[in-house]
Design a binder for this molecule. Sequence first.
Ligand SMILES: [Zn+2]
Length: 336
Amino acid sequence: MPQPDLSIDRITRSRRNVFASVRLDRLAEFRDDEAWVERALNSSKARFVPLWRNRSLLANSGDGQIAVYLEPGELDQPDAIQPPTLLGTDGKRYFFAVSINDGQQQRVLARHPEAQFIDLRLASVDMDTKHAGVLAYAKALLYWQYRHVFCGVCGSANRLESSGHKLICSNEECGRQSFPRIDPAIIVLVTQGDACLLGHNANWPPRRFSTLAGFVEPGESLEDAVVREVFEEAKVRLKSIRYVSSQPWPFPASAMCGFSAEADSRKCGPSDEMEAVRWFTTSELEDAITRDEIRLPPPVSIAFQLISDWYTQQCGEDLKSLLQQAGSWLSRKGIE
Ligand SMILES: [Zn+2]
């Protein structure tokens, strides 16, 4: 079984994942300090991360998509759908997420003709990773706010508190508090000897093969979820499991936990979820990619990181270079 590189600790390993690569000081101690937040909002260091219809503002830099942040004065606050949500600071700027309406979107695009609002998942295929984590964080928080406009207990309107990190039911008799919801999910590269197991889900783009994944269910540990998902999806029994790394996955609201696992045998089969499952040695994977028989997930995913690490450990080569030669993401992006 290929072992994760233990010369780097888990924090470092997780930071290699694109959406976990930038870490802000979240300033949690200031979220309830209205005077401090007001000062930060009106400071020249304030930067707004706009989301319009759940899409992020990005511009093409030539080297890939980069995040576009708005400066103070660029947003008409009276039109804001929600008050800004404090994300944190990178030491130089205070970042706020803000949901904007159609009128604001028009004005933002008029000021930034080079930019456009794009689904982060699509943009991340060729995204400059420097600020991907900030965009993912903003998207996750605003999605939670959007999906919890009303109290889940009494149905009254919720109001935002703690700079956007808490919702409180406006019905004083109820007063239920709710906090950002995250759905944990596991993703796992299963290996057996010199081969790894990849599957194709009928709902995925044509020829996409990836690692197995699924949501953790109530009453289950992460490891239990790995064992169950792998058997449900591919009829494969595991004999050992190792945690590798994690990253936020705001599509729409997951924390993705990556594992590697070793199978008992190469006995496997398709399932309701996975239309096809196949074992690949590194040379079989190379052939399948070169012939455009299969397409791997984009590098922003833990799935790619797991497959890429395994590939390098097995044959010493770089999977990204192979895929770039084959044109797997950029030139073929149109059908992803
Ligand atoms: Zn309520």
